[in-house]
Design a protein around this ligand. Structure first.
Ligand code: NCD
Length: 337
């Protein structure tokens, strides 16, 4: 694909070569994300960051990635702080805000809303999550993490065995990740959820059409026994009609150190898009895994900055200028990934 000036709305827009290009640029961003070098390549550029749903890491890591490239960030969070609360349409909001920024990241609760916004925007728009539909930058950082975790074990992404666990019906991260995995070969995908929260049929179909083996189950222990990656997810309580309904499913699948030791192969990688729900009735990924070296959740969040920096420099067409505008940092730093 041509990155310069493009919106990033769905993982469907990528070919395998595009993903490889993003990952290679992400690798080059490491000295900047680790804070041994600073660059001013986006000096003067403005990111419009619009989050109409709760977010910590997506919002802050997009903003940090832009700052680390020398750009500035303007944030709008929550409908209550926006003229959308006065009835303004996405079209008008996009026309207005795209006059104030060079690129926009947007999160919104309605599936398709970010595409609608992008159609009226005069600058590139990145989908930071549109309801239960898609979360393309998360899928990219998840796949980047999968790639580096497997590389450390002498493997590539092809022939990957992965179990996705939890609320597969509403989880936009697993929707985007499954679609992105369709670019690779001979995968085994185990989908573990209560039947009511199963992966949408069209996504299962897409995986099967690409020749991947897909198994659906509602039993955790047997499903995680022969996989390279366990990708756990939170019950997406905000997508349910009531908390009582969400409570029916919370805590159904709990991965902790004892379940891991009894059922997983040694070195199985544990992933989660975060936030994990640490309340007692949930704990889909227990804190007692924190010292497990195969817990990759904080490597995922670190990698998110690299991948988001890569998206910005590609979309704004400065990937080959980053180093020209760089220098070593002045301050003491020992940040390591
Ligand atoms: C996810 C999301 O917002 O879809 N979080 C994130 O962006 N890392 C997952 C979630 O909220 O459960």
């Amino acid at each position: 694909m041509q990155f310069a000036g493009s919106h990033i709305l769905s993982v469907h827009q990528f070919e395998r070569a595009d993903v490889e290009r993003i990952f290679s640029v992400a690798d080059d961003m490491l000295p900047y994300a680790q804070r041994s070098r600073v660059t001013k390549v986006l000096d003067g550029a403005i990111l419009g960051s619009m989050f109409f749903e709760p977010s910590t890491r997506t919002r802050v890591s997009f903003g940090s990635a832009f700052n680390m490239l020398g750009g500035e960030v303007r944030e709008t969070t929550g409908f209550e702080n926006s003229a959308i609360a006065k009835g303004e349409s996405l079209y008008d909001t996009a026309r207005v805000l795209s006059g104030y920024s060079d690129v926009i990241v947007m999160r919104h609760p309605t599936p398709g809303s970010v595409s609608e916004f992008a159609a009226a925007s005069r600058v590139p728009v990145i989908n930071g999550g549109d309801g239960s539909n898609e979360h393309p930058s998360q899928a990219l950082l998840d796949l980047y993490t999968i790639k580096s975790e497997l590389a450390a074990r002498g493997r590539g992404i092809d022939q990957l065995r992965i179990a996705m666990v939890g609320d597969l019906r509403h989880g936009r991260t697993v929707h985007s990740l499954c679609k992105l995995l369709c670019l690779f070969n001979d995968l085994q995908v185990v989908l573990v959820s209560p039947e009511e929260l199963s992966m949408p049929a069209e996504i299962v179909e897409e995986l099967r059409t690409q020749g991947h083996a897909v198994l659906e189950s509602d039993v955790l222990e047997e499903s995680i026994a022969h996989v390279d990656i366990v990708y756990s997810t939170r019950i997406q309580e905000e997508r349910f009609a009531s908390q009582e309904e969400a409570d029916l499913y919370r805590g159904r699948f709990r991965l902790n150190q004892s379940v891991y030791t009894s059922h997983c192969e040694p070195n199985t990688v544990i992933m989660h898009p975060l936030p994990r729900d640490s309340r007692d009735n949930a704990r889909e990924l227990d804190d007692d895994l924190n010292d497990n070296p195969n817990l990759a959740i904080f490597r995922q969040t670190d990698n998110g900055v690299l991948v988001r920096m890569a998206l910005f420099v590609l979309i704004l067409d400065v990937a080959d200028q980053v180093d020209q505008h760089a220098r070593d940092v002045n301050w003491y730093t020992q940040r390591r990934f």
